[in-house]
Design a protein around this ligand. Structure first.
Ligand SMILES: [Zn+2]
Length: 170
């Protein structure tokens, strides 16, 4: 499901959230919609326009939540490039996140153990370590820096919000 960007009351991007949670925050009067996307969602009783960006009325310290692990964070860190065959993944929906040390061997879902893999490499590697599969990693996975992660998010938000953003930065 589509993610919704969340701004704090100072118009800083603080996180992304699910559509369901975004609608809940708006319904509860805790946030307003800053920008709508295309389309609507329907529940049993209501039809909602789909928000792309919401702004919560509280001041929330920016960026903290983005530090949490996410597959998207891995793909962005690796620039959507397969860490085994080094091919750029053309369609974002074809990206997968691979456990370097597989879960079955005690590998965890952390930035230090997850890498971007194309479908073919992911299948080939299966439940093995790179060594066991005879595959090599392009580089050792690492925790992305906050500023890099924010730069990605900020760029996306900026695209969506150009007018408002210009107004704020003036
Ligand atoms: Zn690959």
């Amino acid at each position: 499901m589509r993610q919704v960007f969340v701004l704090n009351n100072a118009y800083e991007c603080v996180s992304q959230t699910s559509l369901a949670r975004a609608l809940m925050l708006v319904e509860a009067g805790k946030a307003e919609v800053t920008k709508y996307g295309p389309g609507v969602v329907t529940s049993a009783r209501h039809v909602f326009r789909v928000p792309r960006i919401i702004r919560i009325f509280q001041y929330v310290k920016a960026y903290g939540r983005l530090l949490r692990y996410s597959n998207k964070g891995v793909w962005e860190r690796d620039d959507y490039t397969c860490q085994y065959c080094c091919k750029k993944i053309e369609f974002r929906t074809d990206a997968s996140a691979d456990h370097v040390i597989p879960r079955s061997q005690g590998g965890r879902e952390t930035y230090e153990n997850m890498v971007t893999a194309c479908m073919a490499c992911n299948r080939r590697k299966g439940n093995q370590t790179p060594q066991q599969a005879g595959m090599r990693l392009a580089r050792r996975p690492f925790k992305p820096s906050m500023s890099k992660r924010m730069a990605h998010v900020a760029r996306e938000v900026k695209q969506l919000l150009t007018e408002e953003w210009e107004m704020i930065s003036r």
